[in-house]
Design a protein around this ligand. Sequence first.
Ligand SMILES: Cc1cc2nc3c(=O)[nH]c(=O)nc-3n(C[C@H](O)[C@H](O)[C@H](O)COP(=O)(O)OP(=O)(O)OC[C@H]3O[C@@H](n4cnc5c(N)ncnc54)[C@H](O)[C@@H]3O)c2cc1C
Length: 317
Amino acid sequence: MSAQPSCLIVGAGMAGLTAASALSAGGWQVTVVDKGRGVGGRMATRRIGDARFDHGAQFFTVRDPKFQEQVELWVGRGWVAPWFEDGGHVRNMVIGGMSQLAKHLAAPLNVRTGVKLSEVRPLGRGWKATSDTGESFDADALLLTAPPEQSLALLGDCAGGLADGVVAELQAVDFDPCFALMVLLNGPSQVPEPGYFRPESGPLEWLADNSRKGVSAGLSSALTVHATGDFSRLNFDRPTDEVASQLLAAAAPWLGSSVESWQLHRWKYAKPVAGTWPGSLFSQTPSRVAFAGDGLAGGRVEGAFISGLAAARSLKY
Ligand SMILES: Cc1cc2nc3c(=O)[nH]c(=O)nc-3n(C[C@H](O)[C@H](O)[C@H](O)COP(=O)(O)OP(=O)(O)OC[C@H]3O[C@@H](n4cnc5c(N)ncnc54)[C@H](O)[C@@H]3O)c2cc1C
């Protein structure tokens, strides 16, 4: 490796940005690429007109002391605030919407959005990555934070050169999909304070009123409706209109006002439901590569943070 080692990180979600910050602080030259239009991955916020919807992660909890320390820093900067408490755990929200935290974290880093990698191959003692538009990126080390199935697809045949056990750990990860329906209402919703409801049965897992949450301003209400993993898996390939009608019908008791418009997002890899949760994975062969992401750490924003830190540490040694 050169005097200032370089790392290419695939994914500008919580895992990738956390690893990028740690490696940059350690003197690495880091490039982060993400296929999305913006940063944040599943910490996602979408605008419809003036309304704003958190349509991926809704909040995050804190259990690990390192994450606690980090969250306290974010709270001190006015980026994060408690939303509500449930079962003894504070649910934290991001001021301005979940993706805003990723924007803060990405600001001092070298991040390229709208870059979808289609192939990564070992090159000399490092890696060469190629995007679907033919742009190439060289680095001494590679860090993959996409869901494991996608990372394995990027590696193609060279996954066979990874250290023993790594492929098996990656293949053990299974994700539930999730439909996220964003509903714009012309008045107040029936979602109770402080802006969320968890139905106990039916196709819905979660409803949130982004206006009550404080993420969306204005007179309209911005509702996020998440379907359960079972419903989403069973209906994933059905036409958008059919899925949306069924979810809107199920959400009717909480709407309270007329629907102005809606958009449906299909999260193919929403939450990991099976895996061995190693935290992160590292292989010295076929060239120095680490894997991170919530799929290796039991899901959740906190898992992605811990995983990103662990992967950065594994690359340093
Ligand atoms: C509907 C939903 C609700 C959730 N609710 C909660 C919650 O309330 N609390 C909680 O803690 N967690 C929740 N989660 C989980 C949480 O969002 C994730 O654990 C966390 O955001 C994962 O971060 P990550 O960095 O591991 O992955 P991601 O955020 O998925 O980042 C991976 C990135 O890799 C990029 N990428 C993939 N392939 C390529 C490629 N070929 N080229 C370039 N870029 C690529 C993707 O675009 C993506 O941005 C929820 C998730 C969903 C979907």
